[in-house]
Design a protein around this ligand. Structure first.
Ligand code: HEM
Length: 140
């Protein structure tokens, strides 16, 4: 990711993070519409789950320019996800729901450069998580 992309991700996340519960709820609504087969994997309280998701994305956004701190956190998260039964292909569904949520939440602020920046961010996060879970050989 370029420094400009990190900046775009930070600024746009700050906007949706003003309404963390609404953003997380929209994300899961879109995820389960687009990929209903994933619903049974979520067995806990969805409000708490949404808060953990937003906190984790927030931490990743803050640590984007400190890969030595970020990569081990993502590796542990990826290993836990393998334990939840998440498969490599599921990351595509989550990425799609994330982009849909940002597009709806940000409206006109979600321009092409911001979209590209989030696609790059999600590629980094998801490949690191999958690599840690042994689902791909290495992070891109
Ligand atoms: C950028 C990618 C992702 C992030 C940042 C993320 C974040 C999180 C966080 C913070 C938790 C709370 C528990 C923990 O920390 O281990 C969690 C749990 C979980 N995530 Fe993810 N996740 C991601 C991708 C995925 C994908 C691709 C799936 C596939 C369906 C998924 C399914 C789950 C499930 C099933 C749980 C446990 C829910 C429960 O116990 O009810 N996550 N995730």
């Amino acid at each position: 990711m370029t420094p400009q992309q990190m900046d775009l991700v930070r600024r746009s996340f700050a906007l949706v993070a003003l309404q963390p519960d609404a953003t997380a709820a929209l994300f899961y609504r879109r995820l389960f519409e687009q990929a209903p087969e994933l619903k049974p994997l979520f067995i806990g309280d969805m409000r708490g789950q949404g808060q953990r998701l937003m906190q984790m994305i927030g931490a990743a956004v803050r640590l984007l320019d400190q890969p030595e701190a970020l990569l081990p956190v993502l590796a542990q998260l990826g290993a836990r996800h393998a334990g939840y039964g998440v498969q490599a292909g599921d990351y595509r569904s989550v990425g799609r729901a994330l982009i849909t949520t940002l597009a709806e939440g940000l409206g006109a602020d979600f321009d092409e450069a911001t979209r590209d920046a989030w696609v790059a961010m999600y590629a980094l996060v998801s490949t690191t998580m999958m690599a840690a879970a042994g689902q791909i050989r290495r992070a891109a």
